[in-house]
Design a protein around this ligand. Structure first.
Ligand SMILES: [Zn+2]
Length: 169
């Protein structure tokens, strides 16, 4: 977690960040500097730590750290993008629809692609009665994911709804 440094340092780091970006045709401010191995997020040294650039940009822009337990997500599905307007602070579930549709392991927003068993059950139950678009809203996912979940075309990690302690380790 970043401790808030003096403004001059923030300005300096911002300048440094911006010098390693390039605006693409879709409006994304793409990071052209160092990235994390295999994951594709920009990395930069900040106050003695290696931090993810998009996260740092969000924090600089909003003048506060990302809330503990929350993630810095991309609206634009471009991991290299560090444009603050394309970033938002979200929960892991805010991004699960995107992760499922992209078939990724969830680095984008931390966490994993998960629905509760009961949610998938409910989707199937509602199928034919409620539009996929409406369900997408209810389950914070996309309508194409709804249809894929209903048809068992994709298998999200399903969580058990019980809060029993048999899931240790
Ligand atoms: Zn973007």
């Amino acid at each position: 977690m970043i401790e808030w440094a003096e403004q001059w340092y923030i300005d300096k780091i911002k300048e440094k960040l911006l010098s390693q970006t390039r605006r693409n045709e879709s409006g994304c401010l793409e990071w052209i500097g160092k990235t994390t191995d295999g994951v594709g997020y920009g990395l930069i040294g900040f106050l003695g730590e290696q931090v993810r650039v998009h996260r740092l940009m969000w924090e600089i822009h909003n003048k506060r750290p990302i809330t503990k337990g929350m993630y810095c997500c991309h609206k634009c599905d471009n991991r290299k993008c560090v444009e603050p307007e394309h970033l938002y602070e979200g929960t892991p579930s805010d991004n699960q629809s995107d992760r499922i549709s992209r078939g990724r392991q969830g680095e984008n927003c931390g966490g994993q692609s998960r629905f509760y068993e009961g949610e998938v059950w409910l989707m199937k139950k509602l199928s034919g009665k409620v539009s996929h678009r409406m369900m997408a809203k209810m389950f914070k996912t996309t309508s194409s994911n709804i249809s894929r979940l209903i048809n068992d075309k994709i298998k999200p990690k399903v969580l058990r709804e019980t809060s029993s302690s048999d899931e240790k380790g």
